[in-house]
Design a protein around this ligand. Structure first.
Ligand code: ADP
Length: 627
């Protein structure tokens, strides 16, 4: 994406200043007519008069440019349109000797020579004003490139006229009977500059200003040539007059002088470019080294043609040799069919939202083996906001995925093996408690109850791990039935109460509502949220469970006054194995699977889960499911 290096604010201010100067210049000229002062009418211009209409048009032009900067585009379009038509009429008057009497509409010049049309704008001024009004009109229609072309041509003409005035070269500022006086040329130059500064973040100028260090070179070069040109002309004229050169030898001298002036510029530019080239090479080498070390492939996808420029590592991630042709069609075909639509949707969402995308998908290599690839990409847009390409990197994550699968399999196996003996332990504990109760051995009953609480905690943990592996293998299924949430909540809270000694759990506002879902799984979610609230808050601080019906949704929430979670961590809480890495959280044991499971179970019920929390103050976890 192109970026303008000059802050636009600075350019806007310059645009205002230039427009204000032009306006003041016009005002001085007009005052010359109002107060009948020849000095003011011809200030800076050795007796050449600024015509009343020209002064008025420069004032209107300066005002229009100020309005343009203020955002009144439509008003400016109308003003520029009127000036444009007015200039066309003046030019017609000059060329065809007609008198539309338009000069009288604007300013009745009572002091002028009767032979002269009162205050009539000269032909050259009218042509220039016509050009500048068309440049402004083009800007109001967002045709920045065309407007800048007109400005460039005008700039050259007006600049030449100014140089002509300074060095007395009549040909540069006059043609036949018509001349462009110095003050008018200056006013025009100010207006052009104002318009150019106004659109400096658009069109060619934006491109010209953008190229990193090249921008400075361009600016130095422009300033150097602007300063050198008048000196060159002056020196040439001086030598020409003194020595009475013939035109042919004059041209030769001119060529030698131009070469003399251009050589240092060319040398400096070349040196600068060479240094930039070598900087770029070093940076590219470093980047390539980093990419190779991380086995990252990089690509640049043209969205219009589907052509991709890929590094060898990028092709290797899809099982291809470095010289293989590889375009978007090939990439899409390599993705296994089950993942294609998801990847397409993720890319489209990133393009629509002007965001980066990251997608993991499986690809089939030409040798039929299946691999995992992770791709990151950043869409690039043209100036109209249309996405034109995506640049990004790809990485082969097959090894990482295999390790994860092995870890899941191991956890699944261990949990499964633990479940049977644990069930027996619980059964024996129950039996032993009954016996102890009968023989009224209070201490033993107490000890056995505590042992049962711990066994329950262990059972929940094992169940959690089993659920995680089932989820990963897509085997976690819901066993749906109609159930009353109130009864389920009361039972679950009672079970959690048995496991906690200090924290008080308060249940607020729960009515009997029938919900169609997996009772045990929803109860697991409630247990998880309650035990977390107890785990992550000080002993004896209250935990409040609340439920309410909101239209077609039933919402359950748990609020604690515990350690809380900062906003950055909140986004990641529901990821698998994620635990907050802060001392007050790490003191509590856990594996970071509880919330992940809760989120997945709620998602299977088509509900939503979330958290509101403030660090140090407490948290509210909530979920909703359809009634
Ligand atoms: P864990 O077994 O680590 O508690 P969870 O998935 O249940 O796993 O929770 C993930 C992380 O979220 C926890 O490590 C903890 O840092 C944070 N967390 C969960 N509930 C709360 C809470 N009520 N207050 C503060 N932090 C919490």
């Amino acid at each position: 994406m192109l970026q303008v290096t000059l802050p636009n604010r600075v350019n806007k201010r310059m645009s205002y200043v230039m427009a204000a100067l032009a306006l003041s210049l016009g005002l001085v000229g007009l005052c010359g007519w109002i107060f009948n002062s020849v000095e003011l009418r011809s200030f800076l211009s050795n007796g050449a008069v600024m015509m009343a209409n020209s002064a008025i048009m420069i004032i209107i032009g300066g005002t229009a440019l100020i309005l343009l900067n203020g955002g009144y585009v439509k008003t400016v379009r109308i003003i520029a349109g009127v000036i444009f038509i007015f200039c066309v009429l003046i030019i017609a008057e000059h060329l065809f000797g007609i008198d539309f009497k338009i000069d009288n509409w604007l300013f009745r010049d009572i002091y002028s020579n009767i032979d002269q049309q009162p205050g009539r704008t000269s032909l050259l001024t009218a042509i220039n004003l016509l050009l500048i009004s068309s440049a402004v009109l083009l800007v109001t229609f967002d045709r920045f490139d065309a407007s800048q072309l007109v400005c460039a041509v005008m700039f050259l003409l007006v600049y030449a006229a100014l140089v002509g005035h300074i060095f007395g070269i009549t040909g540069l500022y006059s043609s036949g009977d018509y001349a462009l006086p110095f003050h008018i040329a200056l006013g025009l130059l100010l207006m052009i500059m104002s318009l150019v500064f106004y659109q400096s973040d658009r069109g060619w100028i934006a491109t010209y200003l953008t190229y990193l260090k090249g921008r400075n070179i361009a600016l130095y070069l422009l300033s150097y040539l602007l300063c050198a040109a008048p000196m060159l002309v002056a020196f040439y004229l001086f030598v020409f007059n003194r020595n009475g050169f013939s035109p042919a030898s004059g041209i030769i001298v001119l060529i030698i002088l131009s070469a003399f002036i251009s050589l240092p510029v060319a040398y400096l530019t070349m040196r600068r470019f060479n240094r930039m080239d070598s900087d770029l090479e070093t940076t590219t080498e470093r980047l390539q080294m980093a990419l190779n070390a991380a086995k990252l492939g990089s690509y640049d996808l043209n969205l219009e043609t589907g052509r991709m420029a890929c590094t060898p590592q990028c092709k290797a991630n899809y099982g291809l040799p470095p010289d293989a042709s590889f375009n978007f069609g090939d990439l899409f075909n390599a993705i296994v069919p089950e993942h294609r639509e998801r990847v397409r949707a993720e890319v489209n969402t990133a393009i629509d939202n002007h965001a980066d995308y990251a997608a993991e998908y499986q690809v089939t290599w030409p040798d039929e083996s299946v691999h995992w690839v992770k791709a990151f990409g950043k869409p690039q847009y043209d100036k109209d906001g249309t996405a034109v390409s995506i640049v990004g990197v790809t990485i082969d994550i097959t090894g990482q995925k295999e390790l994860e699968a092995k870890k899941d399999a191991f956890i699944g196996m261990v949990s499964h093996e633990l479940k049977t003996p644990l069930t027996s332990v619980k059964a024996y504990l129950q039996l032993a408690t009954n016996l102890a109760e009968k023989s009224e051995e209070r201490t033993i009953v107490d000890m056995l109850t505590r042992a049962d609480v711990q066994a329950n905690k262990m059972k929940n943990m094992v169940q959690g791990f089993l659920d995680v592996t089932r989820l990963e293998n897509g085997k976690l299924k819901l066993d749906r039935e109609m159930f009353d949430v109130k009864t389920m909540l009361e039972e679950t809270i009672e079970e959690v109460r048995l496991q906690t000694e200090n924290n008080e759990i308060e249940l607020k506002g729960c009515e009997s509502i029938l919900v169609y879902g997996d009772r045990d799984k929803i109860s697991e979610v409630v247990t998880n949220l309650l035990t977390n609230a107890i785990k992550y808050s000080p002993k004896e601080s209250p935990v409040v469970a609340e439920c309410k019906r909101d239209g077609a949704w039933w919402q359950f929430s748990v609020t604690d006054q515990g350690v809380g979670i900062n906003p950055k961590e909140q986004k990641k809480l529901f990821e698998r194995f994620y635990r907050v890495q802060r001392p007050e959280h790490r003191m509590v044991s856990g594996f970071g699977i509880g919330l992940y499971l809760c989120a997945e179970i709620v998602k299977l019920h088509k509900g939503k889960i979330g958290v509101h929390s403030e660090e140090g103050k407490g948290s509210t976890f909530y979920f909703t499911i359809p009634v």
